[in-house]
Design a protein around this ligand. Structure first.
Ligand code: ADP
Ligand SMILES: N[C@@H](CCOP(=O)(O)O)C(=O)O
Length: 320
């Protein structure tokens, strides 16, 4: 997360008081991330993460926070949002922005996870996909095709001819896929941004145990297989070339399928969904890079990586 909105201890304390969380001991801005403003909050009663939502509207937020509560309530390693003790609301207000406060989980993200970590992730992701069967709220993926069409128009002037052609071709492919082939594939409330930096592990090396799945603020009703494609593109590709690392993908898929077997139609859709997921993050990184929002702490991520992932995914035979 970046920091777009600064808050002082004096501004945060009344919210903590209203939520019954005691006296603020430490308020630390979190520099990593892109979308929202985040602070670590420590009181005598515990540790939390405060998020001020910069682009999402208050009426969109219950979906994300209720989803986190639903998953955490089913024993998944997901931050639990704090409800207002009188109203039960999960969405609060601070510095003129809608805000959320969730439990702070232990661990740190891994730069170079191995097959053992991919297997844990596969089990957890399948658990999340099974758990959302009973989740009652509905909200579309806000980074779906409508957003992608608009973003493509905005970033196209910054692309060279070859990249612009790739963008047009891949957008057309996804339009056709969603129109003709996606119907009937299972849909649910998915994370849709489950990158390594949104996952925490306790311990190091082979022993590292998955302790947290964070940052549900791109979640939406989507194809479950799309969620898997997002994960493969971040966790199971070579960071220099963007090429698939089959042993990591295999560890992920084997563990996932032990909990939630993919149907033949889902398996067939995975390669094209990998291209769709690479396109989505190429576009958002291009937009963040070329059309940045003012923020005092923000490190945009290089878009070229996802262009490489996309080109590599387009070369893969249709068997992930
Ligand atoms: N509930 C949490 N528990 C522990 N650390 C967290 C939690 N939420 C966020 N963080 C830390 O803050 C960083 C940025 O959070 P993230 O939700 O990914 O921001 P953004 O939505 O801007 O990407 C994470 O990488 C993690 O280190
Ligand atoms: N995971 C995305 C960035 C999405 O923003 P964040 O809020 O998860 O940091 C990427 O790597 O492009």
């Amino acid at each position: 997360m970046a920091v777009y909105t600064h808050v002082t201890p004096a501004e945060v304390q009344p919210l903590l008081h209203a939520l019954g969380l005691g006296t603020l001991e430490l308020l630390e801005p979190i520099a990593s991330g892109i979308e929202n403003t985040n602070y670590f909050v420590t009181t005598g009663q515990g540790r939390w993460v405060l998020t001020l939502f910069e682009r999402l509207q208050a009426d969109q937020l219950p979906y994300y926070l209720e989803l986190m509560r639903h998953l955490a309530g089913q024993g998944l390693p997901v931050p639990m949002p704090v409800a207002h003790p009188q109203t039960g609301a999960l969405v609060h207000a601070l510095a003129g922005k809608p805000a959320g406060l969730v439990s702070r989980l232990s661990g740190r993200s891994l730069d170079r996870p191995g097959p053992a970590q991919l297997a844990q992730l596969g089990t957890t992701l399948a658990g999340m996909h099974r758990a959302v069967e009973g989740f009652p709220l509905r909200q579309p993926n806000l980074r779906g095709l409508d957003w992608q069409r608009q973003a493509a128009r905005q970033v196209a002037p910054y692309l060279d001819t070859a990249s612009a052609a790739l963008l047009a071709q891949e957008l057309a492919l996804q339009e056709a896929f969603r129109r003709d082939q996606a119907l009937g594939l299972p849909v649910g409330a998915v994370h849709a941004d489950l990158f390594r930096d949104n996952t925490l592990f306790d311990g190091a090396g082979e022993q590292a145990r998955l302790s947290g799945v964070l940052d549900f603020y791109f979640a939406g009703d989507e194809l479950l297989t799309y969620d898997l494609a997002v994960v493969i593109n971040d966790w199971c590709v070579d960071l220099d070339s963007g090429a698939l690392q089959p042993e990591l993908a295999q560890a992920l898929l084997q563990a996932y399928q032990a909990e939630r077997p993919l149907s033949p139609a889902e398996q067939a859709a995975l390669p094209v969904l990998r291209r769709g997921a690479a396109l989505r993050f190429w576009l958002s990184r291009l937009a963040d890079w070329h059309l940045p929002r003012p923020a005092s702490l923000l490190t945009p991520k290089p878009p070229q990586h996802f262009e490489r992932v996309l080109r590599q995914a387009a070369l893969q035979p249709p068997t992930v």
